[in-house]
Design a protein around this ligand. Sequence first.
Ligand SMILES: Cc1ncc(COP(=O)(O)O)c(C=O)c1O
Length: 349
Amino acid sequence: METLQLDELLSYASDAEKEEWKALRLEYAHERGSLKLRQTIATQYPGLDEDHILVFTGAQEAIFCAMHATITSSSRCGVVTPAYESLLEIPKALGSQITPISLKPQSYGWAVDAETLRKAFTKKSFTNLILNFPHNPTGALLSLEMFNEIIHLSSINDSWIINDEVFRGLEHDSTKRLPPVASLTPRGISIGSISKPHGLGGLRIGWLACQNTEFLERTLFYKQSLSVCSSSIDDWLATLVVKNSSLLRRRTRSIALENLNFINQCIEKTQNKLIWTAPSAGCVAFPSLREDISITDLANSFLQNHSTMLIPGECFSHSPINHFRLGYGQKNFRELFKTFCTYLEMHYH
Ligand SMILES: Cc1ncc(COP(=O)(O)O)c(C=O)c1O
């Protein structure tokens, strides 16, 4: 996402908060995250309070700790694919058995086939389910009906459900926003972050939310051997961000939607070369190229000629072939995408 400057962020602070910022003591932050930050985050999780929130140095650390606290070599994990690398690689490194649950491109967007999912649940009796909705890299969302069915299926085996919800809040149609999994079931673990929805990846604050306090204590044990606590500067600024989350998200969401509009206008010109599957949330999409155009060759030559990276699908675990990730969260996206379409037009017939 398009990032914010520190000054822009501080313009959201009240006068009293500006004074607090100036007087901030640079001591160790609380290992669970400051009370103010956890209380502010908890307002996003119906039925939960600050004791159900743990703050981490980025969602990445939260994912690592949550997985170490719930997955062992005898676990059977169902993982939605293609997957953001750590969501599949950490359970694999822990020696668990992995069953990919593939998203497939459909005319209306990327989707999980309900029947395949039901069969997988019955056959594998998963101990852990790793979801990521809104999804990276496809921009897919689940319907509420499907989400509820997954929670029901998981409850039969008492499986843990980790939902990486870092793109939550960037649904293109906000009525399609799913409730956080942590509010729906005691075995649900919601992963959240400052970075994605607000364009603030440089503030290393992520968190997890869960009703199960015994799980939270086990997770904290892993954090104590990693960052111990977040930066107190990041913790303070993150409180300001979460407090003003809907205003900040309005900004990032409108950049993404304008760019998406532009993609839709251009897509006809790339006909037969680029196969588009529309995203429903976030700021990334996962189109594919005509079979005879190699995405790896195209990404390398486009990088050399225009200093712009495309992320080939092979960077994501269990990606279907010849897909690539297209990020459309930046203000200069239109210019870059126009250049990309012209490049495709000129080099491939
Ligand atoms: C799906 C997903 N989860 C987690 C992360 C990590 O987020 P953070 O920057 O908060 O560590 C990313 C970052 O790219 C991501 O795409």
